[in-house]
Design a protein around this ligand. Structure first.
Ligand code: ADP
Length: 481
């Protein structure tokens, strides 16, 4: 029902055009009427001037008596000439046999002539002749000469207004209406398009593309509105996408956390069970030889150390992930950090037959957390000592305008490509037995990766030729001071 009434509604440009048309019609009628009246007045004035000239000539020669009337040629045929004295009494009339007694002072043309010297009356019926006349009267010395033209076809034509102006007026009005039609149609299209756009916007439809609006002010306004709406749509779409991304990130985080908890449980089980077994044996077998007792105690300590390592690594990871905002940054020298860790690992490396070659010299100013950065290099050195079976670890730095790249290379056995892609994952171990035996938790490289990410840095691993591993750490320059 509402739709039907909407469709029946007259288009905006039609209403506008109808208004324009009515206005034009009103103007044309008013102008034509005014011009018509003026034209008639002008024609009457023109005829009056001719008759006045004739009247004046008669007045000038009135001393000659009535003969003057037949002597002076008439401006038009059938002219009725009357002479009236200042009392309004007719004293001569060339068309009447007997003169009327009634006063003529109440006649329009006579009254005007009495007051202003001359006057005329356009169309009046004569009670004396029974005809209709155009009267023109002129006052002279004591008399009024009045000439009257009977209304015939020729006088009608003479007094008829010129209708050319009417045609010109109509033509101009038609041209204005035609122009008005196109202008209102253009405006109407604009409004309809804007209306259509508003209706779509109200329904919440996505409007990617609208036809271009015409180049006028309304078109510009419409374009502005469309652009604003598009921007709003874009902002809403961006917000939705960001919300979705945030949800996904949160979901990923939760999933990783669940995984971590499961893995921790799994990792805890073995040492806790082993420690329980050792303690049980010690408790229920008091007669065990001293050597055996010491062996069980040593195993207990080993498992305890594993548990401690695991708790420390989990704590480090959790701190980076959940307490990232509470970790503080301070200006430091990366070169000093590396140097200190090298010195710390010198004995362990020497024990494993590995030479540490530190080529990072000078000063690398950087804003970061010293503890985290130390844990990065500690884990790399620790892994090289524990797993590489090499003879040398080389650490070097390279700086360009945007990055500082630190490379950490060992010449050990390296890692098979199928394992290499996973080594930064939590609890991923290439050789599980060896990792556990050496106190590894499988979290070392995950801590390295997260600690570097916190600094806005990244780490990649490549196989080194002919053998070994190459870790490349890329620090952004903007974090450097
Ligand atoms: P973990 O805490 O057990 O040491 P990491 O995450 O530090 O675990 O390392 C993951 C695995 O990558 C280790 O179990 C080890 O097998 C392998 N790995 C790490 N560094 C090296 C290296 N320099 N050479 C050979 N293998 C390595």
């Amino acid at each position: 029902m509402a739709m039907a009434s909407l469709n029946r509604r007259v288009a905006f440009h039609r209403v506008l055009f109808a208004g324009l048309l009515s206005f034009a019609a009103l103007m044309v009628t008013a102008f034509a009427t005014f011009q018509y009246m003026r034209e008639r007045e002008f024609k009457a004035d023109e005829l009056n001037i001719r008759l006045q000239a004739y009247n004046t000539r008669i007045l000038d020669n009135l001393t000659e008596g009535d003969t003057v009337i037949s002597r002076i040629s008439k401006p038009m045929p059938d002219l009725r000439i009357s002479i009236i004295d200042t009392d309004g009494q007719m004293i001569f009339d060339n068309s009447l046999d007997s003169l009327p007694k009634a006063s003529h002072l109440d006649r329009e043309e006579v009254r005007e002539a009495m007051t202003s010297g001359q006057g005329y009356d356009v169309r009046r019926h004569s009670s004396e002749t029974g005809l209709q006349y155009f009267y023109s009267a002129t006052r002279g010395d004591g008399v009024i000469v009045r000439s009257a033209v009977p209304y015939s076809t020729s006088l009608h034509q003479l007094l008829a207004p010129d209708f050319t102006f009417l045609w010109i007026t109509f033509l101009i009005a038609a041209a204005v209406c035609t122009l008005g039609y196109f202008a209102t149609r253009n405006l109407g299209r604009n409004v309809s398009r804007l209306n259509e756009f508003a209706r779509k916007a109200e329904r919440g439809e996505r409007i990617y593309d609208t036809d271009a609006f015409p180049h006028n002010e309304l078109g510009d306004i419409s374009n502005h509105i469309v652009r604003l709406y598009s921007r709003l749509q874009q902002a809403l779409a961006d917000r939705d996408r960001e919300h979705k991304d945030a949800m996904k990130q949160q979901e990923d985080k939760n999933r990783i956390k669940r995984q971590l908890t499961n893995n921790i449980n799994h990792e805890l089980k073995t040492p806790v069970a082993a420690m329980g077994l050792c303690l049980e044996t010690l408790l229920y077998h008091p007669g065990l030889p001293e050597e055996k007792r010491r062996e069980f105690l040593r195993r207990c300590m080993e498992h305890n150390a594993r548990l401690q390592n695991l708790l420390e690594d989990v704590a480090s990871l959790t701190r980076i992930e959940d307490g990232a905002h509470s970790i503080e940054k301070a200006p430091l020298d990366l070169c000093r950090v590396i140097e200190d860790v090298c010195v710390e690992f010198e004995p362990a490396a020497g024990h494993a037959g590995i030479a540490i070659i530190n080529k990072v010299k000078g000063e690398i100013p950087f804003e970061g957390n010293r503890e985290l950065l130390e844990s990065v290099f500690r884990n790399l050195f620790s892994n090289a000592v524990k797993y590489s079976n090499g003879t040398r670890v080389t650490i070097s730095a390279m700086k360009d305008r945007e990055h500082t790249v630190i490379t950490f290379v060992d010449d050990g056995d390296g890692i098979a490509p199928e394992h290499l892609v996973h080594i930064f994952e939590r609890f991923y171990r290439v050789d599980k037995g060896r990792s556990r035996a050496s106190g590894g938790t499988g979290l070392g490289l995950a801590i390295v990766k997260n600690a570097l990410l916190w600094h806005g840095a990244s780490i990649t691993v490549y196989p080194e030729q002919p053998h070994g591993l190459r870790f490349t750490i890329c620090f952004p320059t903007e974090s450097q001071v």
